[in-house]
Design a binder for this molecule. Structure first.
Ligand code: GLN
Length: 621
Protein backbone atom coordinates (compact mmCIF):
# COMPACT_ATOMS: atom_id res chain seq x y z
CA UNK A 1 0.00 0.00 0.00
CA UNK A 2 1.07 3.48 -0.74
CA UNK A 3 0.52 5.96 2.06
CA UNK A 4 1.54 9.54 1.64
CA UNK A 5 1.00 12.73 3.47
CA UNK A 6 2.52 16.05 2.53
CA UNK A 7 3.31 16.86 6.13
CA UNK A 8 6.94 16.71 7.07
CA UNK A 9 7.53 13.22 8.30
CA UNK A 10 9.21 12.68 11.63
CA UNK A 11 12.85 11.79 11.36
CA UNK A 12 13.19 8.00 11.19
CA UNK A 13 13.81 6.36 14.49
CA UNK A 14 12.67 9.38 16.47
CA UNK A 15 10.88 8.35 19.57
CA UNK A 16 8.65 10.33 21.83
CA UNK A 17 6.21 11.75 19.32
CA UNK A 18 3.73 10.17 16.95
CA UNK A 19 5.07 9.44 13.49
CA UNK A 20 1.67 9.64 11.79
CA UNK A 21 -1.27 11.92 12.48
CA UNK A 22 -4.23 9.81 13.65
CA UNK A 23 -6.35 10.94 10.71
CA UNK A 24 -3.85 9.46 8.29
CA UNK A 25 -3.90 6.22 10.20
CA UNK A 26 -7.69 6.22 10.07
CA UNK A 27 -7.67 6.70 6.28
CA UNK A 28 -5.11 3.90 5.90
CA UNK A 29 -7.32 1.65 8.02
CA UNK A 30 -10.30 2.49 5.79
CA UNK A 31 -8.22 1.61 2.76
CA UNK A 32 -7.15 -1.73 4.24
CA UNK A 33 -10.62 -2.58 5.42
CA UNK A 34 -12.60 -1.71 2.27
CA UNK A 35 -10.18 -2.68 -0.49
CA UNK A 36 -11.26 -6.31 -0.17
CA UNK A 37 -14.89 -5.39 -0.84
CA UNK A 38 -15.36 -6.29 -4.48
CA UNK A 39 -19.09 -5.80 -4.62
CA UNK A 40 -20.64 -3.59 -7.31
CA UNK A 41 -19.68 -3.29 -10.95
CA UNK A 42 -17.84 -0.82 -13.15
CA UNK A 43 -20.08 1.36 -15.34
CA UNK A 44 -20.48 -0.22 -18.77
CA UNK A 45 -23.05 1.93 -20.56
CA UNK A 46 -20.14 4.08 -21.73
CA UNK A 47 -18.03 1.31 -23.35
CA UNK A 48 -14.70 2.93 -22.58
CA UNK A 49 -15.47 2.96 -18.83
CA UNK A 50 -15.49 -0.87 -18.86
CA UNK A 51 -11.70 -0.70 -19.08
CA UNK A 52 -11.49 0.67 -15.52
CA UNK A 53 -9.45 -1.45 -13.11
CA UNK A 54 -11.88 -2.60 -10.39
CA UNK A 55 -9.02 -2.95 -7.93
CA UNK A 56 -8.20 0.76 -8.01
CA UNK A 57 -8.94 2.47 -4.74
CA UNK A 58 -7.70 5.90 -3.72
CA UNK A 59 -8.56 8.21 -0.85
CA UNK A 60 -7.48 11.79 -0.28
CA UNK A 61 -8.51 14.28 2.35
CA UNK A 62 -7.56 17.95 2.27
CA UNK A 63 -7.92 20.13 5.33
CA UNK A 64 -8.89 23.78 5.46
CA UNK A 65 -5.27 24.74 6.11
CA UNK A 66 -4.25 22.93 2.93
CA UNK A 67 -2.78 19.74 4.36
CA UNK A 68 -3.18 16.82 1.98
CA UNK A 69 -3.64 13.23 3.15
CA UNK A 70 -3.41 10.56 0.48
CA UNK A 71 -3.88 6.80 0.65
CA UNK A 72 -3.79 4.12 -2.04
CA UNK A 73 -4.37 5.00 -5.69
CA UNK A 74 -4.91 8.66 -4.97
CA UNK A 75 -2.81 9.71 -7.97
CA UNK A 76 -4.51 7.47 -10.55
CA UNK A 77 -6.43 9.54 -13.12
CA UNK A 78 -10.03 8.74 -14.05
CA UNK A 79 -12.87 10.68 -15.65
CA UNK A 80 -14.74 13.07 -13.43
CA UNK A 81 -18.17 12.34 -14.96
CA UNK A 82 -21.06 13.64 -12.87
CA UNK A 83 -18.81 15.07 -10.17
CA UNK A 84 -18.27 17.88 -12.69
CA UNK A 85 -21.94 18.85 -12.34
CA UNK A 86 -21.48 20.54 -8.98
CA UNK A 87 -18.60 22.70 -10.19
CA UNK A 88 -20.18 23.53 -13.55
CA UNK A 89 -23.33 24.58 -11.69
CA UNK A 90 -21.19 26.94 -9.59
CA UNK A 91 -19.65 28.32 -12.77
CA UNK A 92 -23.08 28.83 -14.36
CA UNK A 93 -24.21 30.77 -11.28
CA UNK A 94 -21.09 32.91 -11.54
CA UNK A 95 -21.50 33.55 -15.26
CA UNK A 96 -25.21 34.15 -15.75
CA UNK A 97 -26.42 34.88 -12.22
CA UNK A 98 -28.90 33.28 -9.90
CA UNK A 99 -32.08 34.54 -11.54
CA UNK A 100 -31.21 33.14 -14.95
CA UNK A 101 -30.11 29.81 -13.50
CA UNK A 102 -33.27 29.32 -11.44
CA UNK A 103 -35.46 30.28 -14.38
CA UNK A 104 -33.82 27.42 -16.28
CA UNK A 105 -33.19 24.68 -13.69
CA UNK A 106 -34.95 23.73 -10.46
CA UNK A 107 -33.36 22.72 -7.15
CA UNK A 108 -35.77 19.99 -6.05
CA UNK A 109 -34.55 16.41 -5.72
CA UNK A 110 -36.10 14.28 -8.45
CA UNK A 111 -36.07 11.04 -6.52
CA UNK A 112 -35.08 9.41 -9.78
CA UNK A 113 -31.94 8.03 -11.37
CA UNK A 114 -29.36 10.46 -12.71
CA UNK A 115 -30.30 9.82 -16.32
CA UNK A 116 -34.06 10.21 -15.90
CA UNK A 117 -35.69 11.99 -18.79
CA UNK A 118 -38.57 13.30 -16.69
CA UNK A 119 -38.86 17.08 -16.20
CA UNK A 120 -40.81 19.15 -13.66
CA UNK A 121 -44.42 20.19 -14.30
CA UNK A 122 -43.21 23.44 -15.80
CA UNK A 123 -40.77 21.55 -18.02
CA UNK A 124 -37.50 22.39 -16.36
CA UNK A 125 -34.88 19.89 -15.18
CA UNK A 126 -35.43 19.01 -11.52
CA UNK A 127 -31.98 20.06 -10.40
CA UNK A 128 -28.45 20.60 -11.72
CA UNK A 129 -27.14 17.28 -10.33
CA UNK A 130 -29.13 15.06 -12.71
CA UNK A 131 -28.14 14.82 -16.37
CA UNK A 132 -30.99 17.02 -17.64
CA UNK A 133 -30.03 19.83 -15.25
CA UNK A 134 -26.33 19.45 -15.93
CA UNK A 135 -26.85 19.59 -19.69
CA UNK A 136 -28.96 22.73 -19.14
CA UNK A 137 -26.05 24.25 -17.11
CA UNK A 138 -23.62 23.50 -19.91
CA UNK A 139 -26.18 25.15 -22.20
CA UNK A 140 -26.19 28.34 -20.14
CA UNK A 141 -22.42 28.51 -20.32
CA UNK A 142 -22.50 27.73 -24.03
CA UNK A 143 -24.90 30.62 -24.59
CA UNK A 144 -22.36 33.03 -23.09
CA UNK A 145 -19.10 31.52 -24.35
CA UNK A 146 -20.06 29.68 -27.53
CA UNK A 147 -17.10 27.64 -28.75
CA UNK A 148 -15.06 28.71 -25.72
CA UNK A 149 -17.55 27.10 -23.31
CA UNK A 150 -15.65 23.89 -22.69
CA UNK A 151 -12.34 25.69 -22.17
CA UNK A 152 -14.05 28.00 -19.70
CA UNK A 153 -15.30 24.95 -17.77
CA UNK A 154 -11.93 23.20 -17.90
CA UNK A 155 -10.17 26.31 -16.65
CA UNK A 156 -12.62 26.71 -13.74
CA UNK A 157 -12.37 23.08 -12.67
CA UNK A 158 -8.58 23.39 -12.89
CA UNK A 159 -8.72 26.31 -10.48
CA UNK A 160 -10.80 24.24 -8.09
CA UNK A 161 -8.23 21.43 -8.36
CA UNK A 162 -5.23 23.75 -8.23
CA UNK A 163 -3.65 22.30 -11.37
CA UNK A 164 -4.35 22.16 -15.12
CA UNK A 165 -6.74 19.32 -15.83
CA UNK A 166 -6.77 17.38 -19.12
CA UNK A 167 -9.38 15.31 -20.96
CA UNK A 168 -9.64 11.59 -21.70
CA UNK A 169 -10.34 11.70 -25.43
CA UNK A 170 -11.20 8.00 -25.63
CA UNK A 171 -13.91 8.31 -22.99
CA UNK A 172 -15.19 11.45 -24.67
CA UNK A 173 -15.39 9.70 -28.04
CA UNK A 174 -16.98 6.65 -26.47
CA UNK A 175 -19.76 8.64 -24.82
CA UNK A 176 -20.29 10.73 -27.96
CA UNK A 177 -20.79 7.52 -29.88
CA UNK A 178 -23.22 5.95 -27.43
CA UNK A 179 -24.86 8.75 -25.46
CA UNK A 180 -28.24 8.58 -27.13
CA UNK A 181 -30.15 8.84 -23.91
CA UNK A 182 -28.45 12.14 -23.09
CA UNK A 183 -29.10 13.19 -26.65
CA UNK A 184 -32.80 12.47 -26.14
CA UNK A 185 -32.78 14.50 -22.89
CA UNK A 186 -31.07 17.38 -24.67
CA UNK A 187 -33.56 17.45 -27.53
CA UNK A 188 -36.42 17.35 -25.06
CA UNK A 189 -34.85 20.38 -23.35
CA UNK A 190 -34.56 22.03 -26.75
CA UNK A 191 -38.28 21.37 -27.25
CA UNK A 192 -39.02 23.40 -24.10
CA UNK A 193 -36.56 26.10 -25.09
CA UNK A 194 -34.32 25.25 -22.12
CA UNK A 195 -31.47 24.74 -24.62
CA UNK A 196 -30.53 26.91 -27.58
CA UNK A 197 -30.46 25.67 -31.20
CA UNK A 198 -26.97 24.19 -31.10
CA UNK A 199 -28.02 21.10 -29.19
CA UNK A 200 -25.12 18.99 -30.46
CA UNK A 201 -22.60 21.65 -29.51
CA UNK A 202 -24.03 21.84 -25.98
CA UNK A 203 -23.96 18.04 -25.71
CA UNK A 204 -20.35 18.05 -26.77
CA UNK A 205 -19.53 20.52 -24.00
CA UNK A 206 -21.31 18.22 -21.54
CA UNK A 207 -19.65 15.00 -22.78
CA UNK A 208 -16.27 16.68 -22.75
CA UNK A 209 -16.68 18.07 -19.22
CA UNK A 210 -17.59 14.53 -18.05
CA UNK A 211 -14.35 13.23 -19.62
CA UNK A 212 -12.09 15.64 -17.69
CA UNK A 213 -9.38 13.63 -15.95
CA UNK A 214 -8.94 13.93 -12.21
CA UNK A 215 -7.40 12.00 -9.33
CA UNK A 216 -8.80 11.38 -5.85
CA UNK A 217 -6.37 14.03 -4.69
CA UNK A 218 -7.76 16.53 -7.21
CA UNK A 219 -11.28 15.82 -6.01
CA UNK A 220 -10.22 16.34 -2.40
CA UNK A 221 -8.69 19.73 -3.23
CA UNK A 222 -11.83 20.66 -5.18
CA UNK A 223 -14.03 19.64 -2.26
CA UNK A 224 -11.80 21.47 0.20
CA UNK A 225 -12.21 24.61 -1.91
CA UNK A 226 -15.96 24.33 -1.44
CA UNK A 227 -15.46 23.63 2.28
CA UNK A 228 -13.24 26.70 2.53
CA UNK A 229 -15.79 29.23 1.30
CA UNK A 230 -14.46 29.11 -2.24
CA UNK A 231 -10.79 29.65 -1.49
CA UNK A 232 -8.56 26.81 -2.69
CA UNK A 233 -6.68 25.98 0.54
CA UNK A 234 -3.64 24.75 -1.37
CA UNK A 235 -3.18 27.59 -3.88
CA UNK A 236 -4.91 30.31 -1.87
CA UNK A 237 -6.90 31.37 -4.93
CA UNK A 238 -10.48 32.54 -4.40
CA UNK A 239 -12.13 30.36 -7.02
CA UNK A 240 -15.77 31.17 -6.37
CA UNK A 241 -17.79 33.38 -4.00
CA UNK A 242 -19.00 32.09 -0.62
CA UNK A 243 -22.57 32.81 -1.73
CA UNK A 244 -22.24 30.45 -4.71
CA UNK A 245 -20.52 27.85 -2.52
CA UNK A 246 -23.57 27.75 -0.24
CA UNK A 247 -25.88 27.31 -3.24
CA UNK A 248 -23.71 24.55 -4.67
CA UNK A 249 -23.45 22.67 -1.38
CA UNK A 250 -27.22 22.93 -1.01
CA UNK A 251 -27.97 21.05 -4.23
CA UNK A 252 -25.19 18.59 -3.45
CA UNK A 253 -26.94 17.93 -0.12
CA UNK A 254 -30.38 17.43 -1.63
CA UNK A 255 -29.44 15.74 -4.91
CA UNK A 256 -25.72 15.03 -5.12
CA UNK A 257 -26.01 11.27 -4.67
CA UNK A 258 -28.88 10.82 -7.16
CA UNK A 259 -31.79 8.78 -5.82
CA UNK A 260 -29.73 7.90 -2.74
CA UNK A 261 -29.43 11.57 -1.69
CA UNK A 262 -32.03 11.49 1.08
CA UNK A 263 -30.53 8.41 2.64
CA UNK A 264 -27.05 9.90 2.24
CA UNK A 265 -27.84 13.16 3.95
CA UNK A 266 -29.64 11.28 6.70
CA UNK A 267 -26.79 8.85 7.33
CA UNK A 268 -23.61 10.67 6.38
CA UNK A 269 -24.67 14.30 6.44
CA UNK A 270 -21.86 15.68 4.30
CA UNK A 271 -22.65 17.45 1.01
CA UNK A 272 -21.33 15.18 -1.73
CA UNK A 273 -21.41 14.40 -5.43
CA UNK A 274 -20.59 11.15 -7.19
CA UNK A 275 -19.76 10.17 -10.76
CA UNK A 276 -19.91 6.95 -12.77
CA UNK A 277 -16.16 7.07 -13.24
CA UNK A 278 -15.97 5.99 -9.58
CA UNK A 279 -15.26 9.36 -7.97
CA UNK A 280 -16.95 10.97 -4.99
CA UNK A 281 -16.34 14.47 -3.59
CA UNK A 282 -17.55 15.33 -0.12
CA UNK A 283 -17.17 18.79 1.38
CA UNK A 284 -17.73 19.53 5.04
CA UNK A 285 -17.87 23.33 5.42
CA UNK A 286 -14.98 24.82 7.39
CA UNK A 287 -13.54 21.34 8.07
CA UNK A 288 -12.31 19.37 5.09
CA UNK A 289 -12.75 18.07 1.57
CA UNK A 290 -12.67 14.37 0.75
CA UNK A 291 -12.05 12.76 -2.63
CA UNK A 292 -12.37 9.03 -3.24
CA UNK A 293 -11.88 6.86 -6.29
CA UNK A 294 -13.02 3.28 -6.77
CA UNK A 295 -14.80 2.32 -9.99
CA UNK A 296 -17.06 -0.41 -8.56
CA UNK A 297 -20.55 1.10 -8.41
CA UNK A 298 -23.74 0.11 -6.59
CA UNK A 299 -27.29 0.12 -7.98
CA UNK A 300 -27.51 3.89 -7.63
CA UNK A 301 -24.26 4.28 -9.59
CA UNK A 302 -22.41 5.45 -6.48
CA UNK A 303 -18.93 4.08 -5.76
CA UNK A 304 -19.25 1.28 -3.20
CA UNK A 305 -15.92 1.76 -1.46
CA UNK A 306 -16.13 5.55 -1.68
CA UNK A 307 -19.46 5.46 0.05
CA UNK A 308 -18.04 3.28 2.79
CA UNK A 309 -15.14 5.66 3.40
CA UNK A 310 -17.54 8.60 3.72
CA UNK A 311 -19.81 6.65 6.06
CA UNK A 312 -16.92 5.51 8.22
CA UNK A 313 -15.38 8.99 8.41
CA UNK A 314 -18.67 10.60 9.34
CA UNK A 315 -19.54 7.94 11.91
CA UNK A 316 -16.10 7.71 13.49
CA UNK A 317 -15.72 11.47 14.00
CA UNK A 318 -19.36 12.47 14.27
CA UNK A 319 -19.11 14.71 11.25
CA UNK A 320 -22.78 14.99 10.30
CA UNK A 321 -23.16 18.61 9.29
CA UNK A 322 -26.30 19.01 11.39
CA UNK A 323 -24.62 17.63 14.46
CA UNK A 324 -22.80 20.72 15.59
CA UNK A 325 -21.89 21.75 19.06
CA UNK A 326 -20.58 25.10 20.08
CA UNK A 327 -21.08 26.78 23.41
CA UNK A 328 -21.23 30.54 22.92
CA UNK A 329 -20.26 31.03 26.55
CA UNK A 330 -16.71 30.01 25.82
CA UNK A 331 -16.29 33.13 23.68
CA UNK A 332 -15.59 35.37 26.67
CA UNK A 333 -12.34 34.28 28.20
CA UNK A 334 -12.14 36.97 30.86
CA UNK A 335 -14.33 39.86 32.00
CA UNK A 336 -12.81 42.09 34.70
CA UNK A 337 -12.13 45.59 35.87
CA UNK A 338 -8.61 46.76 36.54
CA UNK A 339 -8.67 46.11 40.27
CA UNK A 340 -5.26 44.73 41.17
CA UNK A 341 -4.26 44.87 37.55
CA UNK A 342 -2.67 47.73 35.80
CA UNK A 343 -0.83 48.49 32.65
CA UNK A 344 2.91 48.06 32.71
CA UNK A 345 3.35 51.76 33.08
CA UNK A 346 4.46 52.63 36.57
CA UNK A 347 2.46 55.47 38.06
CA UNK A 348 3.16 58.25 40.51
CA UNK A 349 1.61 57.44 43.91
CA UNK A 350 -1.23 59.97 43.58
CA UNK A 351 -2.03 58.66 40.08
CA UNK A 352 -2.06 55.12 41.41
CA UNK A 353 -4.41 56.21 44.15
CA UNK A 354 -6.93 57.49 41.59
CA UNK A 355 -6.67 54.20 39.70
CA UNK A 356 -7.14 52.22 42.93
CA UNK A 357 -10.29 54.17 43.71
CA UNK A 358 -11.73 54.17 40.21
CA UNK A 359 -10.73 50.64 39.17
CA UNK A 360 -14.28 49.81 38.16
CA UNK A 361 -14.29 52.61 35.58
CA UNK A 362 -12.37 50.35 33.21
CA UNK A 363 -13.88 47.07 32.09
CA UNK A 364 -11.85 44.60 30.08
CA UNK A 365 -13.45 41.83 28.06
CA UNK A 366 -11.10 39.30 26.50
CA UNK A 367 -12.70 37.35 23.68
CA UNK A 368 -11.50 34.04 22.32
CA UNK A 369 -12.25 32.07 19.16
CA UNK A 370 -13.99 32.92 15.93
CA UNK A 371 -16.75 35.46 16.38
CA UNK A 372 -20.00 34.73 14.62
CA UNK A 373 -23.72 35.36 14.93
CA UNK A 374 -24.09 33.26 18.11
CA UNK A 375 -20.95 34.25 19.96
CA UNK A 376 -21.26 37.96 19.26
CA UNK A 377 -24.90 37.90 20.29
CA UNK A 378 -23.76 36.45 23.61
CA UNK A 379 -21.05 39.11 23.93
CA UNK A 380 -23.44 41.92 23.10
CA UNK A 381 -25.87 40.72 25.76
CA UNK A 382 -23.04 40.93 28.30
CA UNK A 383 -22.34 44.48 27.18
CA UNK A 384 -25.86 45.83 27.07
CA UNK A 385 -27.44 44.28 30.16
CA UNK A 386 -27.57 45.59 33.70
CA UNK A 387 -25.60 47.02 35.43
CA UNK A 388 -24.67 49.71 32.90
CA UNK A 389 -21.23 49.47 31.40
CA UNK A 390 -18.12 51.07 32.82
CA UNK A 391 -17.33 54.39 31.13
CA UNK A 392 -14.27 52.83 29.54
CA UNK A 393 -14.66 49.49 27.84
CA UNK A 394 -11.76 47.52 26.42
CA UNK A 395 -12.58 44.59 24.17
CA UNK A 396 -9.58 42.45 23.40
CA UNK A 397 -9.51 40.52 20.14
CA UNK A 398 -6.02 39.08 20.21
CA UNK A 399 -7.33 35.52 20.42
CA UNK A 400 -9.99 36.12 17.79
CA UNK A 401 -9.00 34.89 14.35
CA UNK A 402 -12.05 36.10 12.49
CA UNK A 403 -15.46 37.71 12.66
CA UNK A 404 -18.30 36.82 10.33
CA UNK A 405 -20.38 39.48 8.59
CA UNK A 406 -23.30 38.68 10.91
CA UNK A 407 -21.04 38.98 13.95
CA UNK A 408 -19.63 42.31 12.78
CA UNK A 409 -23.16 43.56 12.12
CA UNK A 410 -24.35 42.83 15.66
CA UNK A 411 -21.12 44.08 17.18
CA UNK A 412 -21.08 47.35 15.23
CA UNK A 413 -24.63 48.11 16.29
CA UNK A 414 -23.77 47.50 19.94
CA UNK A 415 -20.68 49.70 19.80
CA UNK A 416 -22.74 52.46 18.25
CA UNK A 417 -25.33 52.22 21.02
CA UNK A 418 -22.65 52.14 23.73
CA UNK A 419 -20.97 55.19 22.18
CA UNK A 420 -24.30 57.04 22.21
CA UNK A 421 -24.63 56.10 25.86
CA UNK A 422 -21.29 57.75 26.66
CA UNK A 423 -19.12 54.63 26.83
CA UNK A 424 -15.69 54.95 25.29
CA UNK A 425 -14.85 51.68 23.55
CA UNK A 426 -11.30 50.60 22.97
CA UNK A 427 -10.64 47.62 20.72
CA UNK A 428 -7.31 45.91 21.36
CA UNK A 429 -5.44 43.01 19.85
CA UNK A 430 -6.11 44.07 16.26
CA UNK A 431 -4.06 45.88 13.65
CA UNK A 432 -5.64 48.84 11.94
CA UNK A 433 -4.83 47.23 8.61
CA UNK A 434 -6.60 43.96 9.49
CA UNK A 435 -9.83 42.80 7.89
CA UNK A 436 -11.15 42.27 11.39
CA UNK A 437 -10.77 45.94 12.26
CA UNK A 438 -12.21 46.89 8.92
CA UNK A 439 -15.28 44.71 9.48
CA UNK A 440 -15.89 46.20 12.92
CA UNK A 441 -15.22 49.85 12.15
CA UNK A 442 -17.23 49.75 8.92
CA UNK A 443 -20.33 48.83 10.84
CA UNK A 444 -19.96 51.24 13.74
CA UNK A 445 -21.81 54.50 13.18
CA UNK A 446 -19.07 56.82 14.44
CA UNK A 447 -15.97 54.73 14.05
CA UNK A 448 -13.78 57.74 14.80
CA UNK A 449 -14.86 57.44 18.41
CA UNK A 450 -13.48 53.90 18.55
CA UNK A 451 -9.91 53.45 19.72
CA UNK A 452 -7.79 50.67 18.36
CA UNK A 453 -4.61 49.30 19.93
CA UNK A 454 -2.46 46.41 18.85
CA UNK A 455 -1.60 45.54 22.45
CA UNK A 456 -4.01 45.13 25.34
CA UNK A 457 -1.43 46.67 27.66
CA UNK A 458 -1.36 49.87 25.61
CA UNK A 459 -5.15 49.96 25.65
CA UNK A 460 -5.20 49.63 29.44
CA UNK A 461 -2.57 52.34 29.78
CA UNK A 462 -4.60 54.67 27.56
CA UNK A 463 -7.77 53.96 29.54
CA UNK A 464 -5.89 54.55 32.81
CA UNK A 465 -4.69 57.88 31.48
CA UNK A 466 -8.31 58.79 30.78
CA UNK A 467 -9.36 57.89 34.31
CA UNK A 468 -6.47 59.81 35.85
CA UNK A 469 -7.16 62.76 33.58
CA UNK A 470 -10.91 62.76 34.28
CA UNK A 471 -10.23 62.79 38.00
CA UNK A 472 -7.80 65.64 37.93
CA UNK A 473 -4.66 63.71 38.66
CA UNK A 474 -2.82 64.09 35.43
CA UNK A 475 0.74 65.22 36.03
CA UNK A 476 2.07 64.14 32.67
CA UNK A 477 5.84 64.12 32.60
CA UNK A 478 7.15 65.53 35.83
CA UNK A 479 9.98 67.98 35.36
CA UNK A 480 12.52 66.39 37.60
CA UNK A 481 12.75 64.45 40.78
CA UNK A 482 15.05 64.62 43.68
CA UNK A 483 16.96 61.47 44.53
CA UNK A 484 15.08 61.30 47.85
CA UNK A 485 12.06 60.21 45.85
CA UNK A 486 13.85 57.23 44.36
CA UNK A 487 12.36 54.06 45.75
CA UNK A 488 15.78 52.44 45.67
CA UNK A 489 17.24 55.21 47.84
CA UNK A 490 14.39 55.45 50.37
CA UNK A 491 15.54 56.00 53.98
CA UNK A 492 18.95 57.25 52.89
CA UNK A 493 20.27 60.37 54.61
CA UNK A 494 21.54 63.56 52.91
CA UNK A 495 25.19 62.47 53.18
CA UNK A 496 24.50 59.07 51.79
CA UNK A 497 22.59 60.54 48.83
CA UNK A 498 25.31 63.11 48.21
CA UNK A 499 27.87 60.30 48.11
CA UNK A 500 25.80 58.42 45.53
CA UNK A 501 25.46 61.57 43.38
CA UNK A 502 29.22 62.00 43.51
CA UNK A 503 29.77 58.53 42.11
CA UNK A 504 27.24 59.09 39.32
CA UNK A 505 27.19 60.91 35.99
CA UNK A 506 24.24 62.89 34.62
CA UNK A 507 23.04 61.57 31.23
CA UNK A 508 20.56 63.02 28.74
CA UNK A 509 18.73 61.16 25.97
CA UNK A 510 16.52 62.13 23.04
CA UNK A 511 13.09 60.51 22.50
CA UNK A 512 13.50 57.11 20.82
CA UNK A 513 17.12 56.76 21.86
CA UNK A 514 18.16 53.42 23.35
CA UNK A 515 19.63 53.83 26.83
CA UNK A 516 20.29 50.15 27.57
CA UNK A 517 20.51 47.28 25.10
CA UNK A 518 19.51 43.70 25.92
CA UNK A 519 22.57 41.44 26.11
CA UNK A 520 25.01 44.24 26.94
CA UNK A 521 27.08 43.84 30.10
CA UNK A 522 25.16 45.16 33.09
CA UNK A 523 27.63 47.55 34.64
CA UNK A 524 25.54 50.41 35.97
CA UNK A 525 22.13 51.41 37.27
CA UNK A 526 20.07 54.50 36.46
CA UNK A 527 17.98 56.95 38.47
CA UNK A 528 15.37 58.60 36.24
CA UNK A 529 15.05 62.27 37.12
CA UNK A 530 12.88 63.61 34.31
CA UNK A 531 11.06 62.19 31.32
CA UNK A 532 9.69 58.73 30.59
CA UNK A 533 11.38 55.50 29.56
CA UNK A 534 10.01 52.14 28.41
CA UNK A 535 11.54 48.77 29.24
CA UNK A 536 11.00 46.40 26.35
CA UNK A 537 11.93 42.82 25.52
CA UNK A 538 13.72 42.34 22.20
CA UNK A 539 10.39 40.99 20.85
CA UNK A 540 8.93 44.48 21.32
CA UNK A 541 6.75 43.50 24.30
CA UNK A 542 6.77 46.27 26.84
CA UNK A 543 7.54 45.26 30.40
CA UNK A 544 7.12 48.68 31.98
CA UNK A 545 7.06 52.40 31.39
CA UNK A 546 8.76 54.41 34.05
CA UNK A 547 8.61 58.03 35.15
CA UNK A 548 10.72 60.34 37.33
CA UNK A 549 11.65 58.94 40.72
CA UNK A 550 11.99 55.43 39.38
CA UNK A 551 15.14 53.45 38.76
CA UNK A 552 16.03 51.12 35.95
CA UNK A 553 18.89 48.80 35.19
CA UNK A 554 18.81 47.89 38.90
CA UNK A 555 18.77 44.18 38.02
CA UNK A 556 22.47 44.73 37.27
CA UNK A 557 23.03 44.32 40.99
CA UNK A 558 21.90 40.70 40.52
CA UNK A 559 22.71 39.90 36.90
CA UNK A 560 25.73 40.01 34.62
CA UNK A 561 24.02 41.28 31.48
CA UNK A 562 20.96 43.34 30.52
CA UNK A 563 17.82 41.29 29.99
CA UNK A 564 15.80 44.00 28.22
CA UNK A 565 16.10 47.21 26.21
CA UNK A 566 15.31 50.57 27.71
CA UNK A 567 14.25 53.40 25.41
CA UNK A 568 13.67 57.07 26.10
CA UNK A 569 10.02 57.91 25.30
CA UNK A 570 10.53 61.64 25.92
CA UNK A 571 13.64 63.77 26.53
CA UNK A 572 15.20 62.05 29.49
CA UNK A 573 17.58 63.09 32.24
CA UNK A 574 19.02 60.48 34.53
CA UNK A 575 21.92 59.72 36.80
CA UNK A 576 24.03 56.71 35.90
CA UNK A 577 25.74 54.97 38.79
CA UNK A 578 28.59 52.66 37.73
CA UNK A 579 28.47 49.42 39.67
CA UNK A 580 32.21 49.04 40.26
CA UNK A 581 32.47 52.36 42.08
CA UNK A 582 29.27 51.47 43.91
CA UNK A 583 30.85 48.17 44.97
CA UNK A 584 33.79 50.01 46.54
CA UNK A 585 31.33 52.32 48.22
CA UNK A 586 29.35 49.37 49.55
CA UNK A 587 32.45 47.92 51.17
CA UNK A 588 33.15 51.19 52.91
CA UNK A 589 29.51 51.84 53.88
CA UNK A 590 27.83 48.53 54.68
CA UNK A 591 24.86 50.22 56.41
CA UNK A 592 23.90 52.30 53.40
CA UNK A 593 24.39 49.28 51.25
CA UNK A 594 22.02 47.29 53.44
CA UNK A 595 19.34 49.97 53.11
CA UNK A 596 19.64 49.92 49.34
CA UNK A 597 19.44 46.14 49.23
CA UNK A 598 16.38 46.20 51.47
CA UNK A 599 14.78 48.74 49.13
CA UNK A 600 15.60 46.56 46.14
CA UNK A 601 13.99 43.57 47.86
CA UNK A 602 10.86 45.63 48.50
CA UNK A 603 10.69 46.75 44.85
CA UNK A 604 11.03 43.18 43.60
CA UNK A 605 8.46 41.92 46.10
CA UNK A 606 5.93 44.53 44.90
CA UNK A 607 6.47 43.40 41.32
CA UNK A 608 5.93 39.79 42.31
CA UNK A 609 2.69 40.65 44.12
CA UNK A 610 1.42 42.42 40.99
CA UNK A 611 2.38 39.51 38.76
CA UNK A 612 0.68 37.05 41.11
CA UNK A 613 -2.51 39.12 41.09
CA UNK A 614 -2.58 38.88 37.29
CA UNK A 615 -1.97 35.13 37.28
CA UNK A 616 -4.67 34.67 39.91
CA UNK A 617 -7.20 36.75 38.01
CA UNK A 618 -6.62 35.05 34.69
CA UNK A 619 -6.67 31.56 36.16
CA UNK A 620 -10.18 32.24 37.48
CA UNK A 621 -11.44 31.90 33.87
N1 GLN B 1 -21.33 11.23 -18.53
C1 GLN B 1 -22.20 10.49 -17.69
C2 GLN B 1 -23.61 10.48 -18.25
O1 GLN B 1 -24.11 11.47 -18.63
C3 GLN B 1 -22.20 11.04 -16.32
C4 GLN B 1 -23.20 10.36 -15.43
C5 GLN B 1 -22.74 10.14 -14.05
O2 GLN B 1 -21.58 10.23 -13.71
N2 GLN B 1 -23.67 9.79 -13.20
O3 GLN B 1 -24.24 9.44 -18.31
Amino acid sequence: MDVRSTSTASPPGTTGYPTRPPLRRFLSDCYEQFRSDNSGAVADYIPELKRADPAHFGISLVTIDGHIYEVGDSAVPFTIQSVSKAFVFALALEMVGEARVSATIGVEPSGEAFNSIRLTNDNRPFNPMVNAGAIACSGLIYEVEGKGAFERIRAKLSQFAGRELGVDDAVHASETATGNRNRAIAWLLRNYAVLPDDVDAVLDVYFRQCAILVTARDLAVMAATLANRGINPVTGVQVITPHIVARTLSVMTSSGMYDYAGEWTYRVGIPAKSGVGGGIVAALPSQMGLGTFSPLLDDHFNSVRGLKVCEALSARFDLHMLNRNADVRTSIMADYDIYGISSRRSRQPHEQQILDERHSDIRVLELVGAMNFGTIDYVTRKLTGEPPNAPLLIIDFRRVPDITAAGAELFGETLTALGDGGVTTIVSGVERSSTLWQAISERTADARRLRCFTLLDDAIEWAEDQVIYRHGGFTDVKESSHLHEQALLAELGEDEIAAIVKLSTTRRYEPGQRIIGAGEPASSLFFLQSGMVSVKLPSGVRLASLGPGMEFGEMAILEQSRSADVFADTPVTCLELPLDSFADYRRLHPETSLKIMRNLAAILARRLVAANAKVDLLSAY
